[in-house]
Design a protein around this ligand. Structure first.
Ligand code: EPZ
Length: 429
C-alpha cells in the first residue's frame, strides 16, 4: 500500500495551482443524468472519487470521455436504474443518483450508503424531500426502492437542519418536477451555487441561489452545456494552512475570492499574513510563533468542517491553548490521536478538542483515517523534526490531485513510497 514520506523543516515558497472542487464535480457529474444531451465539465480534478462515480454512471448507461481536465458525460439513454451496494458504500455522494434516475425513469433502486468514520450520516432528509415530491419509498435489505409513477411533483420542503447533500439531491430532482419546488433552510455552500448555475445553463429555472431558500420551477427537459467546475475551497484552505504551518510565502493560483472568508479571518488572528486577489491567495508567515485561536465548525459561510483537522494541525504548534469545536459531524476528531503520535498535546471531550501548542513536533509513522484527517497529518509532517510516514494514502487520493507534486513544487521534502495495490477500502465520504 502506498505511503507518503515527509521530512519536515523546509519553508515553502512559490506558486501552487488549485484544482476544481471535488465536492462540486461529483454533484455536477450526477446532473448529467438529467439530460439526454452531453454535459462537458472543464476544470475537472483527477481524483479517485470522480473515477469511482464515473464507473457507477457508466453502469447506468452514461457514456463518458476524459480529457486532461475535461470530462464529457452523455446520458443519451439510462439503461439501468440500479445502484448496487458496492458502488455506493465507498462514496456517499453516489446516493445522489437516486433523484435524477427518478426524474428520468420514474423508478430506481439505490443502496443506502451506510455510516462512515466521521459519523452516522443518515439520508433521512434526502428521502423526506423526495417523498414530498411524490416519490413512494420502501426500504428493503439495505436498498431504497423508489417510484414516481406519475413523475416528480413540485413541493414545499423545509429542512429541519441544514444538509449539503439533501439540498443538492432535492435540487437535482426538482429541476424536472412538474410545478414549483421551494427548498427552505437550504445549504448555501458554494458548490451548491455552482450546481444550481450549471443546471440553469442546462435550461433549469433555479432562483434564490446562494441564499437559504431555493425556488425551482420545474421544466420538462434539460439540454447539454459546458461548465467549468468551481475552484476547490477546501484544497485552497488546506494549502493555505500548509504554507502557514511551514512558513515562507506561497501564492495559491486558480482559486476564487470569497470562498474562504471564515478561514482567512482565523488565520489572520493566528498571526498569518493572508492577501486575497480575485483568483489568488497569498499566504506569508515569518519566524514568530502562531497565536492560539478557537474555532467552531459551522455551515457555510462559517468555518468549514472539512478544514477543521488541518486547522487543528496548525494549532498544535501555536503559542498557547486553543479550543476546536466540531458541530457538523459527531466523530470527526480521529486525527487527534495521530497528531499526538507526532508529539501534539490534544485532549478530546465529545465534540470539543483542547489543543495545547507545543514547541516542536517529531516525525513518526501515522495513519490516515479519512480524507481531511490524512491531509492534516501531511501539514503536521511539514514541520515535524525528522521523517513522518503516512499510511492509507488512498484517502488522500480521493480528494487531493497531485498532492506531493504541488507541495514539493514549493520546496517541501515529500514523496510517495509505492507499495502493492491498496485495498481501496474506505469510509464512504
Ligand atoms: C458534504 O457532505 C460534503 N461531502 C462533506 O465533505 C462535508 O463535510 C459536508 O457536506 C459538510 O459541509 C460532499 O459534498 C460529497 P451534510 P454531506 O448532509 O452532504 C447529517 C469531504 O471530506 N444528516 O451537510 O454528507 C449528517 O450526518 C466530505 O469532502 C442527517 O442527519 O453533509 C451530518 O451530521 C466529508 N440526515 C450533518 O447532517 C441527512 O439526511 C451534515 O451533513 C443528511 C445529513
Amino acid at each position: 500500500m502506498d505511503r507518503i514520506a515527509i521530512r519536515g523543516g523546509n519553508r515553502l515558497f512559490g506558486d501552487l495551482p488549485i484544482s476544481g472542487a471535488k465536492n462540486s464535480a461529483i454533484k455536477l457529474m450526477a446532473a448529467a443524468l438529467l439530460s439526454d444531451q452531453p454535459l462537458t465539465l472543464t476544470n475537472m480534478p483527477k481524483l479517485s472519487d470522480t473515477r469511482f462515480l464515473a464507473a457507477l454512471l457508466e453502469s447506468l448507461g452514461v457514456e463518458i470521455g476524459n480529457g486532461s481536465d475535461v470530462m464529457r458525460l452523455h446520458a443519451r439513454e439510462i439503461t439501468s436504474t440500479f445502484a448496487p451496494y458496492d458502488r455506493v458504500r465507498k462514496m456517499r455522494a453516489t446516493f445522489n443518483v437516486l433523484g435524477p434516475l427518478l426524474a428520468r425513469r420514474g423508478e430506481a433502486k439505490v443502496s443506502l450508503p451506510g455510516g462512515c468514520t466521521i459519523g452516522a450520516r443518515p439520508v433521512d432528509l434526502h428521502l423526506m424531500a423526495l417523498e414530498a415530491m411524490g416519490v413512494q419509498i420502501a426500504l428493503e435489505e439495505g436498498y431504497v426502492l423508489a417510484r414516481a409513477r406519475d413523475g416528480l411533483k413540485g413541493a414545499d420542503v423545509s429542512f429541519p437542519f441544514v444538509s449539503v447533500g439533501a439540498t443538492e439531491h432535492a435540487l437535482l430532482a426538482a429541476t424536472l418536477a412538474s410545478g414549483t419546488t421551494v427548498l427552505r433552510n437550504a445549504a448555501r455552500e458554494p458548490e451548491i451555487g455552482d450546481l444550481a448555475h450549471c443546471l440553469n445553463a442546462m435550461g433549469a429555472r433555479v432562483s434564490g441561489i446562494d441564499t437559504d431558500t431555493l425556488v425551482i420551477e420545474g421544466v420538462t427537459s434539460l439540454r447539454g452545456t459546458e461548465w467549468a467546475v468551481i475552484p476547490d475551497r477546501i484544497e485552497t484552505g488546506t494549502y493555505a494552512l500548509a504554507a502557514a504551518m511551514a512558513g515562507g510565502e506561497v501564492t495559491l493560483t486558480g482559486t476564487r475570492a470569497g470562498l474562504n472568508d471564515a478561514l482567512i479571518g482565523k488565520m489572520r488572528e493566528a498571526g498569518v499574513e493572508v492577501d486575497e486577489g480575485a483568483d489568488t491567495l497569498r499566504v506569508r508567515r515569518g519566524e514568530a510563533r502562531l497565536r492560539p485561536v478557537d474555532v467552531d465548525t459551522e455551515v457555510f459561510p462559517g468555518f468549514a468542517t472539512d478544514l477543521q483537522a488541518q486547522f487543528m494541525a496548525l494549532m498544535t504548534v501555536a503559542d498557547g491553548e486553543s479550543v476546536i469545536r466540531e458541530h457538523i459531524f459527531e466523530n470527526r476528531f480521529m486525527h487527534a490521536p495521530e497528531l499526538a503520535r507526532l508529539g501534539a498535546d490534544i485532549a478530546v471531550h465529545g465534540g470539543e478538542a483542547r489543543v495545547r501548542g507545543v514547541e516542536a513536533l517529531r516525525g513518526a509513522e501515522v495513519m490516515a483515517t479519512d480524507l481531511r484527517a490524512s491531509v492534516s497529518l501531511v501539514i503536521a509532517g511539514l514541520v515535524a523534526e525528522g521523517e513522518t510516514t503516512i499510511g492509507r494514502v488512498y484517502h488522500l487520493d480521493r480528494g487531493f490531485e497531485r498532492l506531493e507534486a504541488k507541495l514539493s513544487g514549493c520546496g517541501a521534502d515529500i514523496r510517495r513510497l509505492t507499495g502493492p495495490e491498496s485495498s481501496g477500502e474506505d469510509d464512504g465520504h
